[in-house]
Design a binder for this molecule. Structure first.
Ligand code: CU
Length: 379
């Protein structure tokens, strides 16, 4: 049987760092991935692990100060040729790849020569990053290069990955059964983050999937501090930083962001593409028929109620955040204005398509059922 793949929350760096040298032994092999829970069906995928330790999804975190020499050995137990990208210096035109024949071990030795948020990735089928999916798609690991000579500010590293159930690239079937994960798990199994009001929150997001994800934070602006990919990172100087609530993270790219909660509550950070946050697909042997899956995505799963929407009506790329109230905090008790926002249509029954819009009710009288305001009313 295949070894279980553990989830990697990217807190503990792999390998041994001493005297300016990181020594790490990686292994790639097939493992049992159970992203929906240890008691639910899983699927075999390839994953990286440190030699002699459990496989991890995403792969082991490599984290070193600028200028560190990295000595990485990679053992290939996938049974197929393994091409590893990103275990290389960055300040070159084209990074070296590491080709590891089946059953063999090869070594990469390089200097971490550029500060930033990077990653390494691999494939067994000779596919490029954009074509890679199915069992190769989680052969990813973060590579973080911190400034030299200073203790890095506390941060978190999140690796976004995609899984599709088939090796072919036709979307007709696959798109209904793909899974998007953050550090190996989809919502609602993603890590819950807890902060205090006033905390400085720093995240490094690595999109190791071949899809774009416009990431959106509820409740707060975040500051974009860097953007990059697996080879280049542009760390912004203060005048380049900008405040944002939604930032597209293109295929294979990375970003550093920072924010600070100024009020308590429950919040989420999520991909703003609605089909990346639909309820998670079941995995074989429980996979639904396509028609059932579509019907359930559109109309909800049987037994799912609106009060449980967060658990049963969402999946994929969502992180839950709880901001603790400060000592002595009291909920707002001042005056409240009640608004009723209606979503309705002004289309006639024989129109070819229906137009929906918003209209605001204030006071006792409901607006006409076919009234909408375009664009929606300002609140
Ligand atoms: Cu997305």
């Amino acid at each position: 049987s295949r070894p279980a793949i553990q989830f990697n929350d990217n807190r503990a760096p792999a390998g041994r760092l001493a005297h300016g040298v990181l020594t790490v032994a990686l292994e790639a092999r097939s493992g049992a991935w159970r992203p929906l829970g240890s008691d639910r069906p899983g699927v075999p995928i390839f994953a990286f692990g440190e030699a002699g330790k459990p496989l991890q999804d995403p792969g082991p975190l490599l984290r070193v100060p600028l200028g560190t020499e990295v000595r990485a050995r990679v053992t290939n137990r996938t049974g197929a040729p393994l091409v590893v990208h990103g275990l290389a210096s960055r300040r070159v035109d084209v990074m070296d790849t590491l080709v590891v024949p089946p059953g063999q071990t090869r070594a990469a030795r390089f200097v971490a020569d550029a500060e930033g948020t990077y990653y390494y990735w691999a494939s067994t089928r000779g596919e490029g990053f954009e074509q890679r999916q199915y069992q190769d798609a989680h052969l990813n690991g973060a590579l973080i290069v911190d400034p030299a000579g200073a203790t890095p500010k506390p941060d978190r590293v999140f690796v976004v990955e995609r899984w599709m159930p088939r090796a072919d690239t036709s979307l007709a079937h696959n798109q209904w059964f793909e899974l998007f994960t953050i550090n190996g798990r989809p919502w609602p199994l993603t890590e819950r983050l807890t902060y205090d009001v006033g905390d400085s929150v720093r995240w490094r997001i690595i999109n190791a999937s071949n899809a774009v994800h416009p990431f959106h934070l509820h409740g707060f602006y975040f500051r974009v501090d860097a953007h990059g990919d697996d080879q280049r990172d542009t760390v912004y100087w203060p005048a380049q930083r900008r405040m944002d609530v939604t930032e597209p993270l293109w295929d294979g790219t990375t970003m550093d962001l920072a924010w600070s909660p100024d009020r308590p509550g429950g919040w989420i950070f999520h991909c703003h593409l609605n089909w990346h946050v639909v309820p998670n697909t079941a995995l074989p042997p429980d996979t639904e028929r396509v028609a059932d899956r579509i019907a359930h995505i559109e109309n909800g799963y049987p037994g799912a109620h609106m009060e449980d929407h967060a658990r049963y009506g969402m999946g994929g790329l969502v992180l839950g955040i709880y901001v603790r109230p400060p000592r002595g905090w009291k909920p707002y008790t001042g005056a409240r204005r009640t608004l009723r926002l209606l979503v309705q249509s002004d289309s006639a029954p024989d129109d070819s398509t229906r137009r929906f819009g918003y209209v605001l009710q204030e006071g006792d009288r409901a607006p006409a059922p076919d009234s909408v305001v375009v664009p929606g009313p300002a609140i």
